[in-house]
Write a protein that binds this ligand. Structure first.
Ligand code: MCN
Ligand code: CUM
Length: 784
């Protein structure tokens, strides 16, 4: 059972191939739609064709008469069970099925439960809804204008479409900085609505057992434990009678954090009918009704003095759709948008935000960003580039001048964050070196002389990921901390159970590597289980790149706890005192007597068979980790583009990305995360857009209209790294899952703007499509 001396434990820092891929590439993944239960029924929604209308009546009789239809559920029926409305993660309410009004196109109006999904779909078309159309509100400016129709007129005391005001920073100090400035640079920009669009849409199989009362819900959930608690609180089902199983997920990207009407109606229907009910969302349903992202109108101003940024002022107006359903910590009305000071040492900053209801789908924030960090990063990185132009200095030099310096960490930002660690200059230097920046700037000038337009865009982002700590960061009253439970079996094989839930991030591999690192087992000997609330410890789930910062830390800590017990058993086995033992990866050795040792496997066996007098048997434990702070990963991205003066089309010549996420547990998986994130960041900058016409019709309701990138459009990425450990994480790791999507959009847009900046262009709005560039070329007199 002994581990040979030469055998390397493939713990932290090894690019172990992903264990989960064995089943995925064989087509043996287990998604919720693979689940078929005896007697299972199917749910389909009737969705509103109108963005805003009063409902005068719903006639379900023709649908009910269709053979195979078991029930037609309306809001009125749900209201009888007090389920027509549900609370949102931002403390608002959201209609499960519309009762009084429809408030966005695609809103769920009624549900048909039938023997097959096809019957249900056909029957939906036979439901007659008497709509009285109302004026649609499709922008927050329109929503807040005098005389706008009040969308949430069902809410007591709600007399306008205003949702919230929120601010951070010091207004007086900031005003002072602006009064003293020798230059002010400002930018108005819009980060448009886009959508995470995971390959697998949302859905569930709800199974309420009439005999036992046990409610089992197989659902597409990034946060199964939090969802179970909310189900218990809202539906009044005792929590131990609810089991949520989040099986393999075909991507999440934030889209699977909120609770959607589909889960609620399927569960209510199963309860009422006594048979399992499956709901499978189609692509259009996903794009028009589930958690969208962004939709932020931003105004930013930098105060500049002697080449330094001395102040930042930001006003933001957010379009939250018909229900304020952002998934974010309760104290943060605008998420973590106040990270907008970014990587820069800005002495004074003030951020004012306002949110408004519109006749659009609810559920902002989702899509690979830790609660609005993307919007913030985009704004500051666009502003900084423009400031460099106005000062006539190189954008790289201007950033370096203004970066928070390594010796300033832990750094307290003007808006209230404490950055844990960073070395922004190092990441920048590495990027410039990989890029050959100075040569490229020369080539850019030469190309321009020949009439070619080349642009170089930089973005030096800072993220804030890994929420909590639990005292301050709560969602709907639930503290943001997470558990890990580890059991070592007698033969030295282990099972690790986690509260987080992978959607494709490779947790089965990386978390096994953490145990491997701490206990000297091989990662293959550790099975990682997630997603089943009956069998995993409590925690708030996977989003905000929090799995590594929170559950990763819990895994390291529970492993150390087990190692401490193992040391006691080892002392017993070796007849030595505990203090005389030394841990070497995978074994305890008697100090000064290297021939006297015992392996973790031997110790595991002894834990069940040969323990010292008075010790409790077994080798297992659980640890709930409440992080003392968030982690602040960062990096510098650089993009080089060339613009076609005849069409406005731009192509990416280079994309260099240097990331620092502290210690990397699995470098290959980290690189995969970054490439995926860069692809999405590029797509947001270049093509992804959920738009609406004046009547509130969603343009972007299918994958012909909503463009997601394929391998064909996706540029080649060149990756680099620096390593600045997080001082408060037990492994020094920071989260990385969203970094690239946060950092990339500004780098791409900055590159296109940079190609035209010499002609006075200072802004292009995302998605930067060729027609927008064409218009800019014409205006600048550069079109060919
Ligand atoms: N990792 C590592 N070393 C680090 C940091 C992370 O090896 N220093 C590894 C982790 O162990 C994990 C992966 O990288 O296997 C991502 O870790 P982390 O940054 O902790 O992020 P989460 O696991 O919490 O994933 C969430 C994040 C979010 S919020 C979105 S959105 C997103 C993303 O991950 N959605 C994804 N990446 C995705 N990748 C896939 N394939 N699918 C999604 O839906
Ligand atoms: Cu906001 S996307 Mo991720 O945090 O699930």
């Amino acid at each position: 059972m002994a581990v040979s001396e030469e055998q390397v434990i493939r713990g932290v820092g090894h690019s172990v191939k992903r264990f989960e891929d064995g089943r995925f590439i064989r087509g043996r993944g287990n998604y919720f739609d693979d689940i078929t239960l005896p007697g299972m029924l199917h749910l389909e929604f009737l969705r509103s064709p109108l963005a805003h209308a009063r409902i005068n009546g719903i006639d379900t009789s023709r649908a009910e008469a269709v053979p195979g239809v078991v029930a037609v559920v309306t809001g009125e029926l749900l209201a009888q069970h007090n389920l027509a409305w549900m609370p949102t993660l931002s403390g608002d309410t959201q209609a499960v099925l519309a009762t009084d009004k429809v408030r966005f196109q695609g809103q769920e109006v009624a549900a048909v439960i039938a023997e097959s999904a096809y019957i249900a779909k056909d029957a939906c078309e036979l439901i007659d809804v008497d709509y009285e159309p109302l004026e649609a509100v499709t922008s927050p400016q329109q929503a807040l204008a005098e005389g706008a129709p009040v969308i949430r007129d069902e809410k007591e005391g709600q007399t306008s479409n205003h949702i919230y005001d929120w601010e951070a920073g010091d207004k007086t100090a900031t005003d002072h900085a602006f009064a003293e400035a020798d230059k002010v640079v400002s930018l108005d920009t819009f980060y448009p609505r886009c959508h995470p669009a995971p390959l697998e849409c949302c859905g569930c199989v709800a199974d309420v057992d009439p005999a036992t009362g046990k409610t089992t819900i197989y659902m597409t959930s990034q946060a199964p434990h939090a969802h179970r608690t909310l189900f218990a609180l809202v539906a009044g089902i005792p929590e131990h009678k609810i089991r949520i199983i989040s099986p393999d997920l075909g991507g999440g990207f934030g889209n699977k954090v909120p609770i959607y009407p589909g889960y609620v109606v399927a569960t209510a229907a199963s309860l009422l009918i006594g048979r399992p009910v499956k709901w499978v969302e189609d692509r259009t349903g996903n794009l028009i009704s589930t958690g969208f992202a962004r939709d932020y109108h931003m105004h930013g101003e930098l105060a500049l003095k002697e080449g330094r940024i001395t102040g930042l002022r930001v006003n933001m107006l957010s379009d939250n759709g018909a229900f304020f359903a952002d998934a974010q910590p309760t104290i943060c009305k605008a998420g973590l948008f106040h990270i907008v000071t970014g990587s820069y040492d800005i002495p004074a900053a003030h951020v004012e935000t306002e949110g408004a209801y519109t006749n659009k789908a609810p559920g902002g924030v989702a899509y690979r960003c830790s609660f609005r960090v993307t919007e913030a990063s985009y704004l500051i990185e666009r502003l900084v580039q423009n400031a460099a132009y106005e000062l006539g200095v190189d954008p790289a030099d201007f950033r370096k001048q203004n970066f928070i310096k390594p010796e300033q960490f832990p750094y307290k930002s003007a808006t209230g964050f404490e950055y844990d660690s960073g070395d922004y200059g190092a990441a920048m230097e590495k990027t410039l070196e990989m890029l050959g920046y100075d040569d490229l700037r020369r080539e850019q000038a030469e190309a321009r002389a020949e009439g070619r337009l080349i642009g170089i865009g930089l973005a030096s982002f800072t993220e804030v990921v890994g929420a909590g700590h639990g005292a301050e960061y709560k969602i709907a009253g639930l503290r943001m901390n997470d558990g890990a439970e580890l059991r070592i079996h007698p033969t030295g094989k282990a099972v690790l159970k986690l509260s987080v839930k992978s959607q494709g991030q490779g947790h089965e591999t990386t978390f096994a590597q953490i145990v491997a690192e701490e206990l000297g087992l091989q990662p293959e000997d550790v099975e990682v289980q997630e997603g089943d609330t009956d069998h995993t410890p409590y925690g708030l789930g996977t989003y905000a790149s929090r799995s590594t910062p929170v559950s990763g830390a819990a895994t390291a800590m529970v492993s150390r706890r087990i190692r401490a017990k193992a040391q006691k058993i080892a002392a017993h086995l070796l007849e030595a005192s505990e203090e005389d033992l030394e841990w070497q990866q995978g074994k305890f050795v008697v100090k000064g007597a290297p021939e006297k040792s015992t392996t973790i496997q031997d110790i595991a066996f002894a834990a069940y068979t040969n323990i010292p007098e008075g010790m409790e048997g077994g080798l297992e434990g659980v640890y709930y980790y409440d992080p003392p702070n968030m982690t602040f990963p960062f990096g510098t991205y650089a993009v080089v583009v060339e613009i076609d003066r005849g069409t406005g089309a731009w192509k990416v010549l280079r994309c260099v990305a240097v990331d620092d996420c502290g210690v990397r547990i699995n470098p290959m998986i980290v690189e995969g995360q970054i490439m995926g994130g860069l692809t999405e960041g590029f797509a947001i900058a270049a093509m992804e857009l959920i738009d609406f016409d004046e009547e509130g019709n969603c343009i972007g309701a299918n994958l012909m209209d909503y463009l997601i990138p394929t391998a064909w459009e996706t540029p080649k990425f060149e990756l680099g790294e620096t390593v600045t450990p997080s001082p408060h994480h037990p492994l020094g790791a920071k989260g990385v899952g969203e970094s690239a999507t946060v950092g990339a959009p500004a780098a791409f847009v900055n590159a296109v703007v940079d190609a035209l900046a010499y002609a006075g262009v200072r802004n292009l709005e995302m998605p930067v499509t060729s027609d927008k560039v064409w218009a800019a070329l014409q205006e600048a007199g550069l079109a060919e």
